[in-house]
Design a protein around this ligand. Structure first.
Ligand code: FES
Ligand SMILES: [Fe+2]
Length: 384
């Protein structure tokens, strides 16, 4: 595993300004959003250490379903094995290194297309043609390299570390503020992938702040959202902020009468708002009154983000006869909002790339989760 390179004294000083409460902290140094060397530092410190989200449990609904992912520029294949357990393997052949699996789909074995070395869903090398003359060749020594994988609250996480911080310690008390929502059992209604020409952190940030709503979403969703509650303390690699809404945050203002049923377990204020949470580094969720919508974000270099929008509901909601039709209004709301965010993010990226860009300050009430992430990110880089 790569060791994290040394940070410049200037970067150390600038990151230090992020390690404070939102009211006192500075925003992340602009160079963190575009500089190639810093991108490598964060690849090592943020994506090759700790836990990284790879999506919802039902991306791997049945045995043999696999997804080839990129975690910190490491090709990884995540799959559900014959026993129904999730597995993550280095997606690199043990013969001469070809990437084995591409895209996603179903398989009974993993077969490298180059010379047909074939691995089981448990990573064992099952077959290697024409190797009988090779001295001391032992298939048992050439299985796929395995990574820790964990599922919590219906989210799947992979770590490239052999002995990472235990996942429950990593997530800290995430379960406490999210207890009213049945996150573990929600099922995916739609998952949609796209790319944005901005740094992955900026994409994540815009989903976790209320500040831009009146300016970027004035006619679509702004009137739905009230001023958010003060941020709650979080122990663990996440930030969260709840806010009440007029109607549901999951629909456009003109579609409020089309709301799907309330999640049964919700009561009181939880039945009248949205909890926005960021599972550091790359999963951002909104737990609403009838479901949950979320984004996964993966860096594709410093200047481009690969994103997935995922919309989930309780299984009983998805069984309603008119679910497909009604869910379309939810998908439209998320598509409209993100289509309003994307041009702004690309414009932000253009500004951040300027040599005259400098660290800014946060609105403590409207951007506390962004400040919490900056603090966490700076700490991970400085203490890597
Ligand atoms: S590189 Fe995979 S079988 Fe040769
Ligand atoms: Fe937005």
């Amino acid at each position: 595993m790569t060791t994290v390179a040394t940070l410049s004294p200037t970067l150390v000083e600038n990151l230090g300004r992020c390690r404070a409460p939102a009211s006192e902290a500075c925003t992340l140094p602009p160079e963190c959003y575009h500089d190639a060397a810093i991108h490598q530092l964060e690849r090592d410190a943020i994506f090759r250490r700790g836990w990284v989200g790879v999506g919802r449990h039902d991306r791997w609904a049945t045995a043999g379903q696999f997804v080839a992912v990129d975690i910190g520029e490491v090709p990884v294949v995540v799959l559900r094995d014959a026993e129904g357990d999730l597995q993550a393997f280095a997606n690199t052949c043990r013969h001469r290194g070809a990437q084995i699996m591409v895209g996603e789909g179903e398989c009974t074995k993993l077969r490298c297309p180059f010379h047909f070395w074939t691995y089981g869903l448990d990573g064992r090398l099952l077959g290697a043609p024409s190797m009988h003359e090779t001295a001391d060749f032992d298939r048992a020594e050439h299985g796929l390299i395995s990574f820790p994988v964990a599922e919590r609250f219906g989210f799947v996480f992979v770590s490239l570390e052999s002995d990472p911080t235990p996942i429950d310690e990593w997530l800290g008390d995430f379960g406490v503020p999210h207890a009213p929502w049945p996150l573990a059992t929600l099922v995916t209604g739609r998952r949609r992938e796209f790319t944005v020409d901005c740094n992955w952190k900026a994409f994540a940030e815009v989903f976790n702040e209320y500040y831009h709503l009146p300016y970027v979403h004035p006619t679509s969703i702004d009137d739905t959202y009230h001023a958010p509650d003060p941020p709650e303390p979080a122990t663990g690699a996440y930030a969260t902020q709840f806010g009440t809404t007029s109607g549901t945050g999951g629909l456009l203002e003109e579609d409020q009468h089309l709301a799907l049923p309330l999640i049964e377990t919700l009561g009181g204020r939880n039945a009248e708002g949205v909890r926005y949470s960021w599972l550091f580094p790359n999963l951002m969720i909104a737990a609403g009154v009838e479901g949950m919508w979320m984004y996964e974000v993966y860096p594709d270099g410093p200047d481009r983000s690969r994103c997935a929008q995922v919309v989930c509901f309780p299984a009983e909601t998805t069984q309603l006869p008119d679910f497909a039709e009604r869910a379309e209004h939810y998908y439209e709301r998320f598509d409209v909002a993100v289509a309003e965010d994307i041009p702004m993010l690309e414009q932000q990226h253009a500004g951040l790339r300027s040599p005259f860009a400098d660290q800014g300050r946060f609105s403590a009430g409207l951007e506390p989760s962004v400040a919490a992430f900056a603090n966490w990110y700076a700490t991970r880089l400085l203490e890597a």
